[in-house]
Design a protein around this ligand. Structure first.
Ligand code: GLP
Length: 240
């Protein structure tokens, strides 16, 4: 694991952006894996601002988001679908037909298989942007998820639902299930850019970097990835 210690959230976001930008310039048809949540917001701001400044033309890029809540209508303000439109896609020019977000509606088993098929057809993920949950989850791969998992439906833990309640009107509105890209597919990404910020992530980052590789901390599997760079602010790196 390459670890880059950054001063603060903005610095981590900026450094991660410049890393991503240099890879995109080398591969203008790259396939990206993208997360939601608070962590990537700074990176997404850099991407949209950079697009305005002419840093990069995203028209050849393909994206696959890593998760979505089950039962979530696309136009629900809490959907990751709408999150991505608002925070990234409205501000850059990825073609609509090349943006993929798992669908939490209809036959979920079918949606998972179809998502894997689409990723395979796209040639897999070139660059996966990742963050970690406070309990060590990546995407929505909660503790206990097998490392060999493909895209699947997952029961969210109480901890994750509580952590994500800040995005919802009321904690009861947080869905109990989600769809997530599996760990196997994440590990197959050719490169991973990880961002970890804030003191509430320090313990997960410590277990991810220094702990045993165990499904108890799904992020610990990233120790086995051959090409991963961690951008950590001083708080998230505080327990290393
Ligand atoms: C969330 C998301 C993940 C995200 C992680 C960290 O629940 N499902 O995709 O990477 O947990 O979230 P945050 O960046 O908001 O702390």
């Amino acid at each position: 694991m390459n670890i880059v210690r950054c001063g603060n959230y903005d610095d981590a976001s900026r450094q991660a952006y410049h890393h991503l930008l240099s890879r995109l310039r080398d591969n203008e048809k790259a396939v990206l894996g993208l997360p939601t949540g608070s962590t990537p917001l700074g990176l997404y701001r850099c991407m949209t601002q950079g697009y305005v400044n002419g840093d990069f033309d995203y028209s050849g890029i393909t994206t696959f988001n890593i998760d979505e809540y089950a039962g979530m209508e696309r136009n629900n303000p809490d959907s990751y679908y709408l999150f991505m439109q608002r925070k990234l896609f409205n501000g850059i020019n990825v073609a609509e037909e090349r943006r993929h977000i798992p669908s939490g509606l209809g036959n979920l088993e079918h949606n998972c298989l179809e998502y894997d098929r689409l990723m395979e057809a796209a040639g897999g993920i070139d660059i996966l942007v990742l963050a970690v949950g406070a309990n060590g989850h990546i995407g929505f791969n909660e503790p206990g998820t097998p490392f060999e998992s493909t895209t699947h439906i997952i029961e969210l833990t109480g901890r994750t639902r509580a952590d994500n309640a800040r995005f919802f009107k009321s904690p009861e509105d947080v869905p109990e299930q989600a769809l997530t890209m599996g760990i196997k597919l994440m590990m197959n990404a050719r490169e991973i850019i990880f961002i970890g910020t804030g003191k509430e992530k320090a313990d997960a980052v410590r277990r991810m970097v220094n702990g045993p590789v165990t499904t108890d901390c799904p992020a610990s599997v990233l120790q086995l990835h051959p090409n991963i760079t961690l951008y950590l602010d001083s708080e998230a790196a505080g327990d290393l």
